[in-house]
Design a protein around this ligand. Structure first.
Ligand SMILES: NC(=O)c1ccc[n+]([C@@H]2O[C@H](COP(=O)([O-])OP(=O)(O)OC[C@H]3O[C@@H](n4cnc5c(N)ncnc54)[C@H](OP(=O)(O)O)[C@@H]3O)[C@@H](O)[C@H]2O)c1
Length: 151
């Protein structure tokens, strides 16, 4: 932060392994909540705007098709710690099942995992009772800048 002197910080780092967040609760809290607080303090010190990538896991899923004003109610520790992190950010984008072309890191997303397996003729096992609104990586910025601007 000191070297880059940013005007805007996109905070994407998190402990995202939902099962690990359950077994290592302190670590999840440390990274997702307190880590965000530290970053927010650093951003504030240099007048930078902090954008925080959060998650649909802040909701319990009972209602569905959530809007910004709906009350969060996380049902697991990952969702709980991500919600704690939200309060330190200037702007929060709650995304869900992010997908897109393969990044340089080689990390595979859910959509690519399905495609790759089906191309190989493999059988895949996935839940059939979960409804989500997947987010294409290219459209994720519209969460911040507004769909109309096209920028
Ligand atoms: N992918 C999704 O569908 C989705 C949906 C909703 C929200 N989100 C949110 O979007 C963000 C990115 O998700 P992702 O799927 O890209 O997650 P990811 O692949 O697990 O990436 C998380 C990144 O955070 C870094 N990180 C973890 N702990 C750190 C620490 N203590 N210090 C510095 N860096 C640390 C990791 O670094 P290492 O690789 O070095 O461990 C990794 O690069 C997260 O905030 C997540 O909650 C993702």
């Amino acid at each position: 932060m000191d070297q880059a002197q940013p005007e805007i910080v996109f905070h994407t780092a998190a402990l995202t392994d939902v099962d690990r967040c359950e077994t290592e609760k302190d670590l999840a809290c440390c990274i997702n909540a307190r880590g965000t607080k530290v970053l927010a303090e650093a951003a504030r010190k240099m007048g930078a705007f902090l954008v925080y990538i959060s998650t649909d896991y802040v909701f319990d899923g009972k209602q569905g098709l959530y809007k910004e004003e709906d009350a969060p109610n996380p049902i697991n520790h990952y969702g709980h710690t991500k919600l704690l992190g939200e309060k330190y950010a200037d702007c929060v984008a709650r995304t869900c099942v992010i997908y897109g072309s393969k990044p340089a890191s080689g990390k595979i997303n859910f959509a690519l995992w399905i495609l790759e397996n089906l191309h190989k003729g493999e059988e895949i096992r996935i839940v059939t009772d979960q409804y989500v609104s997947p987010t294409l990586t290219l459209t994720l910025p519209s969460c911040f800048w507004g769909r109309e601007s096209g920028s």
